[in-house]
Write a protein of this length. Structure first.
Length: 457
């Protein structure tokens, strides 16, 4: 009886799972394994919202496997050691996993090859499990990656994609392989009240409903803050509960401007993956340094606290930051304008903002979070590093009736939409009656400080 191990990482699903299908073809029995790695905790990346969502994903994956005659084996400990132990216990001849783009994923694969190689166990890393096109599969002449999105998108769109795979009908797991208890969402403290349910089942249901009702108008409405017309699939993509390859196939099959706009957003994920795969230090360092002398936690403590708590005095910024704390998620347009406010108006180090997002975002990952923050801060791949998003202009444009602000800033619910983005312009008696702070900084002062710091007086 031959055995293979499938190491699940950020690919917590059964549909369109190349490592699992390869293992099922190669062996009579398969050990579906997930390792709760203490290294993730030591690095500070197992934030409560993601731990809770992960628990949902693991329970859902285990339930799906049990319906097919199998089960999920969960173990705790260093990944290479645990996988080696499971391979030895089960007599496995090979291990399959999804290839990753981060430095951590590369180091994990190196440790696995070293550990398993000494025992004669083959390791197979599969591409296009967490991305549509593998990092490094397309590149421009003279470079190992694309630094500009549009030419990358053109090449990416021309790539022939592999066909998406159905879920297996049955999975036979060796009887003697023990597993630890699955983590439970209820045991995770300090989660956001509005955190969504995790897991492949919830993700597939969300996509099916949104593709019918939301995708047709996505191209026109995805920036509408109050309309909440985005797919909200990012947590499921982050944990791999949904396959990006399958989503592209289904969107292209549906067709239309909304589907095209959605596919473009999936391409942005791949773009960032290929950037970080080629430049792993960009997870913590400027991709293109501008020699900024950012304000740090000591220099800007009060400003940073006000930004985190949603009391900057700029309603759309405060609404977005409160949404983040309540839901563990934030609208993409809101992410851009809150990041711009912190880095370009308050001139605070982008890493401080990126860390706060990682502390709360259920979809927070090193690839997209860090590189999106750098794009806004002007230290990433953006070719317009001095772009500044004005929160008043952004609020008027993407929340013209003030519905988004009214939802998250109850202090301003009685201020009509035309005035809600500038409450400081209300009559003095009306303004004094509001339990809402004055603006933290004048936008012109912030812009002057940014220009001076960047040497553009």
């Amino acid at each position: 009886m031959t055995v293979a191990v499938v190491l699940f990482t950020s690919d917590l699903r059964l549909y369109d799972h190349p490592p699992l299908r390869a293992a099922l073809r190669a062996a009579d029995e398969v050990v579906p394994l997930f390792v709760l790695d203490p290294g993730i905790h030591a690095a500070g990346f197992d934030a409560p919202n993601r731990r809770a969502f992960l628990a949902d994903c693991l329970h859902d994956l285990d339930a799906s496997l049990r319906r097919r005659g199998g089960r999920l084996v969960v173990r705790r400990g260093p990944v290479a050691r645990v996988v080696g132990e499971v391979a030895a216990e089960s007599g496995a001849g090979e291990v399959h996993l999804a290839a990753g783009a981060t430095a951590y994923a590369h180091h994990r694969e190196e440790r696995l090859r070293e550990r398993l190689g000494g025992s004669g166990v083959a390791l197979h890393a599969h591409d296009t499990v967490t991305t549509v096109v593998a990092p490094g599969a397309v590149y421009p002449t003279g470079s190992d990656h694309f630094a500009v999105f549009t030419p990358y998108f053109r090449r990416w769109s021309q790539e022939a994609l592999r066909q998406s795979l159905g879920a297996p009908r049955s999975v036979r797991v060796p009887a003697g392989v023990r597993g630890d208890p699955l983590p439970d969402r209820a045991e995770v403290p300090d989660t956001s009240p509005g955190l969504p349910d995790g897991g492949e089942t919830a993700g597939r249901d969300r996509f099916s409903r949104w593709s019918r009702a939301g995708m047709p108008g996505y191209g026109d409405r995805h920036d509408d803050l109050a309309g909440d017309a985005t797919s909200r699939l990012s947590p499921y993509l982050h944990f791999g509960a949904l396959s990006p390859v399958e989503l592209v196939h289904r969107a292209r099959g549906q067709g239309g401007p909304g589907a095209e706009a959605f596919v473009r957003q999936l391409c942005w994920r791949d773009f960032h993956h290929q950037v970080l795969a080629a430049r792993p230090k960009a997870s913590a360092e400027d991709y293109r340094t501008r020699h900024d002398h950012w304000r740090d936690e000591r220099d800007a403590a009060e400003d940073i606290a006000a930004w985190r708590e949603g009391r900057t005095g700029y309603p759309v910024v405060d609404a977005a930051m409160r949404q983040l704390r309540h839901e563990g998620w934030m609208h993409n347009r809101a992410r851009l304008l809150t990041a711009s406010f912190l880095t370009k108006t308050l001139y605070v180090d982008w890493r401080i903002g990126a860390r706060h997002f990682l502390d709360l975002l259920v979809d927070g990952d090193i690839v997209n979070n860090q590189l999106n923050w750098q794009w806004v801060a002007g230290t990433g791949t953006d070719t317009r590093p001095h772009r500044v998003l004005n929160p008043v202009v952004q609020g008027r444009r993407f929340d013209p009736d003030g519905a988004y602000v009214h939802r998250w800033v109850p202090e301003l619910r009685d201020v009509d939409g035309k005035r809600v983005h500038e409450p400081w312009r209300l009559p003095e008696d009306r303004r004094a009656a509001l339990d809402y702070p004055a603006p933290l900084i004048d936008l012109a002062d912030g812009l002057d400080r940014f220009r001076h710091a960047r040497g553009r007086d």
